[in-house]
Design a protein around this ligand. Structure first.
Ligand SMILES: O=C(O)C(=O)C[C@]1(C(=O)O)C=C[C@@H](O)C=C1
Length: 397
């Protein structure tokens, strides 16, 4: 049976607004009013859950959600794709036993009772390790792109997705911030993973022989100094384990990969150097995404994430953030991203032609549960100060 993405996703939607959608009539105090029909239905559903938003508020589903077509499902922006099937050349193990990366055209589902967890990459990727740390004993499902992992949850092919959002050295993984807005998933937890990179090469190769090294761009960035010192050319790959797989399949002795020790084991490579990251404390935060939100309590520490947009003007961000400070709520993260559909705003045409600025989305994590009255009051207050906002999720700290 083929899954029809657009339909199945709408039915399951709890709440999802796209504040920057074209055709929206957003104004201060409103979440987002879109051009599509059905806001009341969705709002009522959402209101039952959280009962936080004033009655005049209505919400609309994501405006740019397109039905899933094979075209739409094609991976975008990939640099190097690992081979789907490896022809064993004798110097590494037979890899055909490994699970084939999930693509969004797959419509198979599993009857098993194990939790199925999607991650981006192939076996041996750090994301797989994070998925197993979050759900020991789960069935991990490799996906060739972040977006495929989002869609796999939406289409009920898996139960959860575990995706990187921030690294202590490389910073935020912006692609996943953007995807969070475009998909209807809830963040239900987070997991942190210590990332210890190894330099891998074909058996018997010494690190001095390496002329180029493949890896995920984040991993290459985390090893910037070490690789510069070794004078090695860096080449982007989809994920660290994919890089190891390519090196193993290529048979090229002058090409290495930055990846995990587990990737070396899986793909039959030697570890020529350990801990090649520049910072010994190299930690990546991964988000756990699900179709349904968790219902927050106030019995343990929770974190809540929201995204909002602001009117232009002095102190608007200061005033928006003050709603948390005034209630003693700590902010644990703030991230700003240009709005993709409305990136520029002409601010002043009086001097030297026109000055243009970006319009921003602000993503905030704060340390409180929505079950706490102070958090409810803060959000109520925030709503009066922002152009539009969207409560992403509640998750355990
Ligand atoms: O390529 C992998 O192994 C991944 O899991 C991806 C990823 C990332 O996107 O940041 C995850 C953790 C490490 O920081 C490096 C790469």
């Amino acid at each position: 049976m083929a899954l029809r993405a657009a339909e199945s996703i709408w039915v399951g939607a709890q709440f999802n607004s796209r504040p920057d959608s074209p055709g929206s009539h957003a104004r201060p105090g409103l979440i987002a009013v879109g051009r599509d029909s059905g806001p009341d239905r969705l709002f009522r559903k959402w209101q039952c859950r959280w009962a936080l938003v004033p009655a005049q508020t209505s919400v609309t589903p994501v405006d740019d959600e397109k039905p899933l077509t094979p075209e739409a499902a094609k991976p975008v922006g990939a640099t190097i794709h690992g081979p789907k099937e490896i022809v064993s050349k004798g110097f590494h193990r037979d890899l055909n036993f490994l699970p084939r990366p999930l693509s969004v055209t797959d419509d198979s589902s599993d009857d098993g009772t194990k939790v199925r967890v999607a991650y981006q990459g192939i076996p041996g990727a750090y994301s797989e390790a994070a998925a197993l740390k979050a759900y020991p004993g789960s069935e991990t499902v490799p996906c060739d792109q972040f977006e495929v992992a989002f869609k796999a949850v939406e289409l009920w092919l898996v139960d959860k997705a575990v995706l990187p959002i921030e690294n202590s050295v490389g910073g935020s993984i912006h692609r996943n911030y953007d995807l969070l807005l475009r998909h209807r998933l809830h963040i239900v937890g987070e997991i942190q993973l210590e990332v210890n990179h190894c330099l891998l090469a074909l058996p018997g190769v010494r690190k001095e022989e390496l002329k180029r090294v493949l890896s995920h761009p984040q991993a290459l960035a985390q090893c910037e100094m070490t690789l510069s010192n070794l004078n090695i050319t860096r080449v982007n790959a989809d994920d660290t384990a994919g890089a190891a797989q390519i090196v193993a399949a290529s048979g090229q002795r002058d090409t290495g990969a930055v990846a995990s020790a587990r990737a070396a084991e899986i793909y039959g490579l030697d570890i020529v150097a350990k801990n090649v990251q520049d910072d010994a404390n190299n930690i990546t935060r991964f988000l756990i995404l699900a179709r349904e939100p968790i219902i927050a309590g106030n019995n343990k520490p929770y974190r809540t994430s929201i995204v909002f947009t602001l009117e232009e003007g002095p102190g608007v961000l200061f005033k928006a953030l003050a709603v948390f400070a005034m209630r003693g709520i700590s902010l644990t993260k703030i991230e700003s991203r240009p709005q993709r559909k409305r990136p520029m705003r002409v601010v002043d045409g009086s001097n030297n032609g026109s000055a243009k600025y970006f319009d921003y989305l602000f993503y905030i994590d704060f340390a409180a549960s929505m079950a706490e009255p102070r958090a409810q009051r803060a959000l109520g207050n925030l709503e009066a100060r922002v152009l539009s906002h969207h409560l992403f999720h509640l998750h355990e700290n």
